[in-house]
Every structure is written in structure tokens, then in C-alpha cells.
Design a protein around this ligand. Structure first.
Ligand SMILES: [Zn+2]
Length: 128
């Protein structure tokens, strides 16, 4: 084997090492993101469960009322069966529920009558 080949081989091994190392880094980052998402989803599930228990205890609402409301919100937001269908809501013109004017996406209020969009931050935002 010529000396030139040896040099090339060690450069190749160096590159392979870097690729393996960067794959491990990517893997670690993905694991961290997945872990943090899992924690947030679990936290939200816990909050939902706690709220639903309180609501059931203190009102006469039941599972049927909850399911109906979920369906209503899904339809309002252009979602069906939990799948976000952004193309539907993007294509539909946004109409001001107060004055019927076409709403601009640039503003969160109607430029004709001042009606404020109902889009709010998630109510869970403060419960982290
Ligand atoms: Zn308006």
C-alpha cells in the first residue's frame, strides 16, 4: 500500500468519525425534543383531566356535552377529527361576525367596526 493511500484512508476515517458524531448529536437533540414534548403533552392531559373532574363535580355537564363541544370547536376552526386542515381555513374568506366586512389577516381586529378576533392564547399558557 502506498503512503498516499494511507493518508487518504485516515482522512476517510476522520470524516466517517465526524459523520457518526454528528448523527449522535442529532439523535440526542431529537431525544431531548421528544422528551420535552412528552412532558408538555402529559402536563396538558393532566390539566384537562383535572378541569373535567371539577366541571363534572360542580355542574350537570356530562361526556356527551363535552363531545358535542369538541366537535363544534373542530368545525369552527376548520378541523375535522383532530386533523388540522389549514387549507380549508386559509381558503375561506374571513368575515367579520359583527359587520360582515372581509377581515384582513394582518390585523386581529376588524378595520371597519373594530370587532376583535376571538383568537386568544391557549388558556393553558399560564399553567406551565
Ligand atoms: Zn367588522
Amino acid at each position: 500500500m502506498a503512503l498516499g493511500d494511507l493518508g487518504q484512508n485516515s482522512r476517510k476515517r476522520g470524516l466517517e468519525g465526524e459523520i457518526i458524531a454528528s448523527r449522535k448529536d442529532t439523535q440526542l437533540v431529537l431525544e431531548k425534543i421528544t422528551h420535552s414534548l412528552d412532558e408538555r403533552v402529559n402536563r396538558l392531559a393532566l390539566i384537562c383531566e383535572a378541569m373535567w373532574q371539577l366541571i363534572k363535580e360542580q355542574t350537570e355537564l356530562n361526556e356527551d356535552d363535552l363531545k358535542k363541544r369538541i366537535t363544534k370547536i373542530e368545525l369552527q376552526e376548520g378541523r375535522l377529527e383532530g386533523k388540522i386542515n389549514r387549507t380549508v381555513s386559509r381558503e375561506l374568506p374571513q368575515i367579520c361576525p359583527e359587520c360582515g366586512a372581509r377581515l384582513s389577516r394582518k390585523y386581529n381586529h376588524c378595520q371597519f367596526c373594530g370587532y376583535k378576533s376571538q383568537k386568544k392564547l391557549s388558556p393553558f399558557q399560564s399553567l406551565k
